[in-house]
Design a protein around this ligand. Sequence first.
Ligand SMILES: [Zn+2]
Length: 189
Amino acid sequence: MLTQRLRPLMQLISLLTATVLLLWAFPLTVTAAAVIPTPHWGSWETKTITYHYAGSSTYYRKVWQNAARQWNRTGTVRLKTAKTARQAHVVVRVTTKQAGYTGLTHSRYHAQKPVHKIVGAKASLNHKVLAKHRYTQKQRANVAAHEFGHVLGLGHSKCKKSVMHATNRYAVVNGQDRLAIKRAYRKRQ
Ligand SMILES: [Zn+2]
Protein backbone atom coordinates (compact mmCIF):
# COMPACT_ATOMS: atom_id res chain seq x y z
CA MET A 1 0.00 0.00 0.00
CA LEU A 2 1.23 3.39 -0.87
CA THR A 3 1.31 5.86 1.93
CA GLN A 4 1.86 9.43 1.20
CA ARG A 5 3.44 11.62 3.79
CA LEU A 6 2.05 15.06 4.25
CA ARG A 7 4.26 17.53 2.55
CA PRO A 8 5.30 20.56 4.55
CA LEU A 9 2.90 23.44 4.25
CA MET A 10 4.84 24.97 1.41
CA GLN A 11 2.41 26.15 -1.12
CA LEU A 12 3.64 27.96 -4.18
CA ILE A 13 1.45 30.94 -4.84
CA SER A 14 1.44 33.51 -7.59
CA LEU A 15 0.68 37.14 -7.04
CA LEU A 16 0.09 39.77 -9.66
CA THR A 17 0.19 43.49 -8.98
CA ALA A 18 -0.31 46.25 -11.49
CA THR A 19 0.51 49.91 -11.19
CA VAL A 20 -2.19 52.05 -12.67
CA LEU A 21 -1.72 55.18 -14.61
CA LEU A 22 -1.58 58.48 -12.79
CA LEU A 23 -3.35 61.11 -14.83
CA TRP A 24 -3.61 63.83 -12.23
CA ALA A 25 -0.98 65.88 -10.43
CA PHE A 26 -0.47 66.06 -6.69
CA PRO A 27 -2.07 68.95 -4.89
CA LEU A 28 0.53 71.57 -4.01
CA THR A 29 -0.26 71.46 -0.32
CA VAL A 30 -0.09 68.16 1.46
CA THR A 31 -1.79 68.11 4.81
CA ALA A 32 -0.03 66.30 7.60
CA ALA A 33 -1.65 62.90 8.01
CA ALA A 34 -0.94 60.10 10.43
CA VAL A 35 1.55 57.78 8.80
CA ILE A 36 0.04 54.38 8.18
CA PRO A 37 2.81 51.80 7.89
CA THR A 38 3.24 50.33 4.41
CA PRO A 39 2.20 46.67 4.54
CA HIS A 40 4.46 43.84 3.50
CA TRP A 41 3.28 40.38 2.56
CA GLY A 42 6.60 38.61 2.14
CA SER A 43 10.34 38.84 1.79
CA TRP A 44 13.21 37.05 0.10
CA GLU A 45 15.35 34.78 2.22
CA THR A 46 18.35 36.96 1.44
CA LYS A 47 18.85 40.70 1.54
CA THR A 48 20.98 40.61 -1.61
CA ILE A 49 18.62 40.08 -4.50
CA THR A 50 19.88 39.77 -8.06
CA TYR A 51 18.01 41.02 -11.11
CA HIS A 52 18.53 40.64 -14.82
CA TYR A 53 17.31 43.17 -17.38
CA ALA A 54 16.03 41.14 -20.31
CA GLY A 55 16.25 43.75 -23.04
CA SER A 56 18.67 45.75 -25.15
CA SER A 57 17.58 49.33 -24.51
CA THR A 58 20.28 51.38 -22.79
CA TYR A 59 17.61 53.89 -21.82
CA TYR A 60 15.54 51.33 -19.92
CA ARG A 61 18.61 49.62 -18.48
CA LYS A 62 19.34 52.96 -16.82
CA VAL A 63 15.74 53.29 -15.68
CA TRP A 64 15.93 49.94 -13.83
CA GLN A 65 19.41 50.82 -12.50
CA ASN A 66 18.13 54.08 -11.08
CA ALA A 67 15.22 52.21 -9.46
CA ALA A 68 17.56 49.63 -7.92
CA ARG A 69 19.78 52.42 -6.57
CA GLN A 70 16.82 54.02 -4.81
CA TRP A 71 16.32 50.81 -2.79
CA ASN A 72 20.04 50.18 -2.31
CA ARG A 73 20.38 53.57 -0.64
CA THR A 74 18.04 52.39 2.13
CA GLY A 75 20.89 50.24 3.40
CA THR A 76 18.55 47.32 4.07
CA VAL A 77 18.51 45.43 0.78
CA ARG A 78 20.86 45.21 -2.16
CA LEU A 79 19.53 44.81 -5.71
CA LYS A 80 22.44 43.59 -7.80
CA THR A 81 22.53 42.93 -11.54
CA ALA A 82 23.03 39.41 -12.86
CA LYS A 83 24.34 38.64 -16.35
CA THR A 84 21.70 36.09 -17.24
CA ALA A 85 18.08 35.52 -16.32
CA ARG A 86 19.06 32.08 -15.05
CA GLN A 87 21.45 33.49 -12.48
CA ALA A 88 18.96 36.10 -11.31
CA HIS A 89 16.26 36.04 -8.66
CA VAL A 90 14.30 38.62 -10.61
CA VAL A 91 13.83 39.30 -14.31
CA VAL A 92 12.85 42.81 -15.39
CA ARG A 93 11.80 43.89 -18.86
CA VAL A 94 9.90 46.42 -20.91
CA THR A 95 6.71 45.54 -22.76
CA THR A 96 4.44 47.40 -25.15
CA LYS A 97 0.86 46.62 -24.19
CA GLN A 98 -2.32 48.55 -24.90
CA ALA A 99 -3.55 47.89 -21.38
CA GLY A 100 -3.72 50.88 -19.05
CA TYR A 101 -1.03 49.91 -16.60
CA THR A 102 2.41 51.45 -16.37
CA GLY A 103 4.11 48.64 -14.48
CA LEU A 104 3.40 45.07 -13.51
CA THR A 105 4.95 42.61 -11.09
CA HIS A 106 4.40 38.89 -10.93
CA SER A 107 5.72 37.22 -7.79
CA ARG A 108 5.91 33.62 -6.67
CA TYR A 109 6.20 32.74 -3.01
CA HIS A 110 5.92 29.94 -0.53
CA ALA A 111 3.21 30.48 2.04
CA GLN A 112 5.00 30.84 5.38
CA LYS A 113 4.52 32.48 8.74
CA PRO A 114 5.03 35.19 9.79
CA VAL A 115 5.90 36.41 6.30
CA HIS A 116 5.81 34.54 3.02
CA LYS A 117 9.07 33.50 1.42
CA ILE A 118 9.38 35.04 -2.04
CA VAL A 119 11.12 32.71 -4.48
CA GLY A 120 10.74 34.39 -7.85
CA ALA A 121 9.56 37.58 -9.52
CA LYS A 122 9.14 39.19 -12.91
CA ALA A 123 8.54 42.90 -13.28
CA SER A 124 7.83 44.95 -16.35
CA LEU A 125 7.32 48.51 -17.45
CA ASN A 126 4.77 49.25 -20.16
CA HIS A 127 6.53 51.46 -22.70
CA LYS A 128 3.40 52.20 -24.69
CA VAL A 129 1.54 53.83 -21.80
CA LEU A 130 4.64 55.55 -20.36
CA ALA A 131 5.48 57.11 -23.74
CA LYS A 132 1.90 58.08 -24.55
CA HIS A 133 1.61 60.00 -21.28
CA ARG A 134 5.08 61.48 -21.62
CA TYR A 135 6.63 60.09 -18.47
CA THR A 136 10.16 61.46 -18.13
CA GLN A 137 13.05 59.02 -17.68
CA LYS A 138 13.09 59.91 -13.98
CA GLN A 139 9.36 59.21 -13.65
CA ARG A 140 9.78 55.85 -15.40
CA ALA A 141 12.48 55.05 -12.83
CA ASN A 142 9.97 55.86 -10.09
CA VAL A 143 7.48 53.39 -11.58
CA ALA A 144 10.31 50.83 -11.80
CA ALA A 145 11.18 51.54 -8.13
CA HIS A 146 7.52 50.92 -7.26
CA GLU A 147 7.65 47.55 -9.06
CA PHE A 148 10.89 46.68 -7.26
CA GLY A 149 9.02 47.47 -4.03
CA HIS A 150 6.49 44.76 -4.92
CA VAL A 151 9.34 42.45 -5.95
CA LEU A 152 10.82 42.94 -2.46
CA GLY A 153 7.48 42.11 -0.81
CA LEU A 154 5.85 45.46 -0.13
CA GLY A 155 2.21 46.27 -0.67
CA HIS A 156 0.65 49.65 -1.39
CA SER A 157 1.06 52.69 0.80
CA LYS A 158 -1.70 55.19 1.43
CA CYS A 159 0.86 57.97 1.53
CA LYS A 160 1.10 59.83 -1.78
CA LYS A 161 4.74 60.67 -1.13
CA SER A 162 5.67 57.00 -0.82
CA VAL A 163 7.05 55.21 -3.84
CA MET A 164 4.57 52.46 -2.97
CA HIS A 165 1.49 54.61 -3.52
CA ALA A 166 -0.73 52.78 -6.04
CA THR A 167 -0.56 55.53 -8.62
CA ASN A 168 3.07 56.43 -8.60
CA ARG A 169 4.77 58.83 -10.99
CA TYR A 170 6.49 61.48 -8.93
CA ALA A 171 7.38 59.75 -5.68
CA VAL A 172 10.81 58.26 -4.98
CA VAL A 173 11.77 55.85 -2.19
CA ASN A 174 11.20 57.96 0.94
CA GLY A 175 11.49 57.66 4.71
CA GLN A 176 8.31 55.64 4.99
CA ASP A 177 9.55 53.19 2.37
CA ARG A 178 12.88 52.89 4.21
CA LEU A 179 11.00 51.94 7.37
CA ALA A 180 8.76 49.50 5.49
CA ILE A 181 11.67 47.63 3.92
CA LYS A 182 13.51 47.55 7.24
CA ARG A 183 10.47 45.98 8.89
CA ALA A 184 9.99 43.46 6.09
CA TYR A 185 13.62 42.25 6.34
CA ARG A 186 14.32 42.57 10.06
CA LYS A 187 14.43 38.78 10.40
CA ARG A 188 16.45 38.13 7.24
CA GLN A 189 20.20 37.78 6.97
ZN1 LIG B 1 1.56 48.61 -7.22
